[in-house]
Each structure stands twice: as structure tokens, then as C-alpha cells.
Design a binder for this molecule. Structure first.
Ligand code: NAD
Length: 335
């Protein structure tokens, strides 16, 4: 990757650089999503990805359909049954500074006629899951996969205590959220693995992903996974019409939701929320890698829509990497 200012590049130079970055990102993506064993830190991946986005934004003609910017990362493992997501499971666009966040807000407001609030949420560092309920009964659970087709992990999800088998109302819904491994469970798991001569997991996110894709449900059950649900494929069956109300209604239905959400009227409120939770990050019992802001009105979310990869009504603000990190080769963790 070069750091030449994009403005100084010709389209040919940009295309050549993008053609080098894409296979690199795809290789890292395979190791991260499919093998649950990343070989570089997330911020390295994020920097290269951001460079590719910048190149493709400046020269839209160089975008290819296979580009990691055009596809939700991840595929499905051959040994697991497949599930088609009728409403795709998307990724999130990301920004790394308050200035970029303000640009996102200005762009969105310039395309929307009405005034609106955001709902601020913690960005839980786990993996996305989808839970299908028919008449209030849990019938199927899946991973995001490539966003269109995920893996059927129903039996494993049934072992997670925070996932209700029956809802408080007989709704037919697809609820989406994050499955994660609490920090304490991650530390204990890696200690056990090292004692048994097994390679430790690189981070709680990969440990959670590996634990959910087990053939033996008892292994998943022993891994102490937890969930926070935050989305629904189609909000029609709910009473609420806001994102903050959706979190309350999901909790009433029996799901575990993250309590640290807050409605923000403007970017100053958002910045205050970010500051607060960035400070709390290391004290939380689970990993967060940023915060997500979402237009709070569900009908407005629907009206704004999505690209092939990300909703246009939400964005993730990514935190800088934590000072103390785990790596595959050098396990260090202090809490
Ligand atoms: P992402 O994880 O950055 O963001 C999208 C995901 O955020 C959603 O799918 C959802 O699962 C999750 N999320 C958590 N809390 C949420 C909330 N409150 N509301 C909505 N969504 C929430 O995007 P991604 O496409 O899953 O993965 C890309 C990221 O994965 C990269 O930014 C990089 O950090 C990491 N990655 C790392 C490597 C590596 O080699 N280290 C490789 C590939 C990807």
C-alpha cells in the first residue's frame, strides 16, 4: 500500500494499486471470517480497506464486483447447512474520527427532508446472528455468512441461555444481533486451550465465531457465549416505530439487549456518548470496538435504504485499537 495522496494519482495508478489491495484484503478476510484465525490486527485490515475505499471513491470506474467494498465479508463453511436470508444481513460503513462522522451526518441530512434523531449503541465485538421465531417459538438461527446465505447453527444457539426459546408474544420475526464471548470466558478458554497444547484464539470475536460453528453442541454450551439483539429484518409485527423503542420491545419479548443506548439529537450528543463509552471500554465485561449511530425512525431507515453492503442510515465509529491486545503468537491480556 502506498500513501501517495489520491489526488496525485491517475486512474491507471489507482486501478493498479486497488488491484494489489483487493487480493490482500480477501486473503485476510478468509482467515478472519472462515478460519476464525486472523493473521493481522483489525486496524491493519481497516487501514488497507480505507485506502481501497478512498481509491474507489475517487475513481468509481475502477470498482469491480468482486471488490471487498462491494460484498459483505465472509462465506459459509462447507460442513454446515445453509440458510438463505430473505432480507440480507448487512455490514456497516465505518468512520474513524468525529470529523468523518460529521460528514456522514451532513451527507445524510442533505438527502433527507425531515429532521431526525440518532440512536447511539455500543458496537459489540462479536459476530452477527439471525434468530427466526414462528408464532413466538425459536425455529432457526444462523450466521451472517455472505449476507445473503448464512450457516444454520440452530442447535448451537439453543445452548445459549440469553436466547429465548419462546417469546412473550406469538410473533413471527427474524431478530438480528450479536453473539459474543465475555472477556472473562475468553481468558479462561484460552488458558484451558494453552494448557491442553491447543492454539489460543486471537480475540473474543474469533473465539465466539469458532465456538458457534462447532459440530458438537456441548462444546458450544461450555463456551459461555452471550448475545445482545439490536435489529429486526422487518419491523411491521412490532408496536414500535423507533430504533430505541425496538430495543425496549425486544427486551419485553424476552431478548437480552444492551442497556447502554441513547437517543442523540445532534452530533454534540453523539460525541459525548462516544467519549463516555470510549472511557468505559476497558471496564466493560465484553468487548466493544466502537459505537454505532442509527437514524432512530424505523420508517425513515426503510426510506433511506442501503447499498449492496451497508445501510445508508447507520454508521460505525471505530475506536482506535486498545493498547493491550491479544495476538495469536503472543498472548497478553490485562483487564
Ligand atoms: P464490522 O464488524 O466492522 O461492522 C458490522 C457489524 O457490526 C454488523 O454485521 C454487526 O455484526 C456488528 N454490530 C455490533 N454491534 C452492533 C450494533 N449495535 N448495531 C449494528 N451492528 C452491530 O463489519 P464486518 O463487515 O463484520 O467486518 C469488518 C471488520 O472486521 C473490519 O473493520 C475489521 O476490523 C475486521 N476484519 C478483520 C480482519 C483481520 O484480518 N484482522 C479481516 C477481515 C475483517
Amino acid at each position: 500500500m502506498t500513501d501517495k495522496p489520491i489526488k496525485t494519482l491517475t486512474a491507471e495508478q489507482a486501478a493498479a494499486e486497488a488491484a494489489e489491495l483487493r487480493p490482500q484484503l480477501l486473503t485476510w478476510g478468509k482467515q478472519y471470517y472462515n478460519a476464525d484465525a486472523p493473521t493481522v490486527e483489525d486496524d491493519v485490515y481497516d487501514r488497507v480497506y480505507a485506502r481501497l475505499v478512498a481509491l474507489e471513491t475517487a475513481f468509481p470506474e475502477i470498482v469491480t464486483p468482486e471488490s471487498p467494498t462491494q460484498n459483505v465479508g465472509g462465506t459459509t463453511r462447507g460442513d454446515l447447512p445453509k440458510v438463505t436470508h430473505e432480507i440480507p444481513m448487512l455490514s456497516l460503513g465505518d468512520v474513524f474520527s468525529i470529523d468523518e462522522l460529521k460528514e456522514f451526518d451532513e451527507r445524510l441530512r442533505s438527502n433527507v427532508d425531515e429532521d431526525f434523531d440518532y440512536n447511539c449503541e455500543l458496537k459489540i465485538d462479536g459476530l452477527a446472528i439471525s434468530l427466526r421465531y414462528e408464532n413466538g417459538e425459536f425455529v432457526q438461527g444462523s450466521t451472517r455468512g455472505n449476507g445473503q446465505i448464512g450457516e444454520d447453527i440452530t442447535a448451537n444457539l439453543k445452548t445459549i441461555p440469553s436466547i429465548p426459546q419462546t417469546l412473550s408474544r406469538p410473533l413471527t420475526i427474524d431478530v438480528r444481533g450479536e453473539c459474543y464471548m465475555p472477556k472473562a470466558a475468553f481468558l479462561a478458554l484460552n488458558e484451558r486451550r494453552e494448557a491442553a497444547g491447543q492454539a489460543p484464539f486471537a480475540n473474543p470475536r474469533n473465539a465466539a465465531a469458532g465456538s458457534l460453528r462447532q459440530q458438537n453442541t456441548q462444546v458450544t454450551a461450555d463456551r459461555k457465549l452471550a448475545t445482545f439483539m439490536y435489529n429486526i429484518a422487518d419491523y411491521e409485527p412490532l408496536n414500535t416505530r423507533s430504533q430505541s423503542g425496538l430495543l425496549d420491545e425486544l427486551a419485553e419479548l424476552g431478548f437480552t439487549t444492551n442497556p447502554a443506548y441513547q437517543v442523540a439529537h445532534n452530533m454534540d450528543d453523539v460525541a459525548t456518548y462516544i467519549d463516555h463509552y470510549q472511557g468505559q471500554r476497558s471496564d466493560l465485561p465484553y468487548g466493544i470496538d466502537g459505537i454505532v449511530i442509527k437514524a432512530n425512525s424505523l420508517p425513515l431507515q426503510r426510506e433511506i435504504g442501503a447499498t449492496v453492503k451497508v445501510p445508508r442510515w447507520a454508521i460505525a465509529y471505530k475506536f482506535p485499537p486498545e493498547e493491550v491486545q491479544t495476538t495469536v503468537l503472543d498472548i497478553e491480556w490485562t483487564v
